[in-house]
Design a protein around this ligand. Structure first.
Ligand SMILES: [Zn+2]
Length: 308
């Protein structure tokens, strides 16, 4: 091969032109390759963006669906408050899902898991509202938060109507049952496991829980007449005790409780309390929670502890 300097002038020009042409072609090819790579990347990116857009659009649609669903649900649901579930505590008892209307008695029992889990959902009414627990052995007076605000309103109304008087608790929530015969319920069968109940007394009359003695005083009459306005009921009225107190404890299929406790007040919400106190399903006479739940169609068999 000849060296460049040995080429003639014409050959040198042809060589340079050829070299330039080759150079231009190479640059053109490289430009094309880069262009294709860039375009491909762009397409990939816009596909990703489109996918993102689709995801955002899909999420928006799901959120819209949820909002519509909530709207339909809230339009469909009745304004009544009683079936709202207020506890996540586990139990086989079918009434637990009734929320404030939950029924615990010897035929509708709960297990220890329920009792200990329920305790975690409660607040102290002595800490929150200064309502005293009269018996130091009972520990803190724990109550469901909604029931707690209502019991505070009720106690303040009582104090206003009877200056110099107040209401104290003699235990609200209880983790264990009591053993004192007919007046007491075993662990798993006590209304005090609901976190919606307090035994109430006016300390002016002493601290003894004597049904007949307590019955003579104004706090019993005031509570019986007014508590439903605050969502509370006389949980074990005399008329539903099912006979003299010497008989054995018996919750029957008609709704008799087997108990008579003038101091035992239970939160069920204002709507249900009004129905129970005004005897909506009991010819205008004070109802029992058991009878009310059956008449209301929520409980199927009071004796065997089954729901509809
Ligand atoms: Zn009680």
């Amino acid at each position: 091969m000849k060296k460049i300097r040995d080429l003639s002038k014409k050959q040198k020009i042809i060589f340079l032109v050829t070299l330039s042409v080759i150079g231009i072609i190479v640059i053109a090819i490289l430009t094309c390759i880069l262009f294709f790579i860039f375009t491909a990347k762009q397409n990939e990116y816009s596909t990703e963006l489109m996918e993102d857009d689709n995801i955002i659009e899909e999420n928006n649609k799901i959120e819209e669906d949820i909002m519509n669903q909530e709207k339909i649900t809230s339009e469909d649901s009745e304004p009544e408050e009683e079936n709202e579930i207020i506890t996540n505590a586990p139990s086989e008892n079918c009434t637990i899902k009734f929320g404030k209307l939950m029924l615990i008695n010897p035929n509708f029992t709960v297990d220890n898991d329920f009792i200990y889990s329920r305790r975690g959902e409660l607040v102290s009414i002595s800490e929150l509202y200064g309502i005293e627990e009269g018996n130091p052995y009972n520990g803190d007076n724990l109550l469901d938060p909604e029931a707690a605000t209502h019991i505070n309103d009720m106690v303040r109304a009582y104090e206003t109507d009877y200056p110099g008087h107040t209401l104290e608790t003699r235990s609200c929530f209880r983790a264990v049952g009591t053993k004192c015969g007919r007046l007491c319920a075993a662990t798993g069968a006590s209304d005090h496991h609901t976190g919606l109940t307090c035994d109430l007394i006016d300390p002016v009359y002493g601290t003894s829980l004597d049904t007949d003695y307590y019955n003579q005083h104004i706090e019993w009459q005031w509570l019986k007449a007014n508590s439903y306005k605050y969502g509370f009921i006389d949980r074990f009225p005399e008329a539903w005790a099912g006979g003299p107190m010497s008989e054995p404890l018996n919750v029957d299929e008609n709704g008799s409780t087997g108990l008579y406790e003038t101091w035992h007040y239970r939160y069920v919400g204002i709507s249900a309390a009004t129905d129970i106190a005004t005897g909506k399903y009991n010819n205008g006479e004070y109802d029992s929670l058991e009878h009310y739940l059956k008449a209301h169609g929520l409980v199927n068999d009071l004796k065997n502890g089954t729901c509809e």
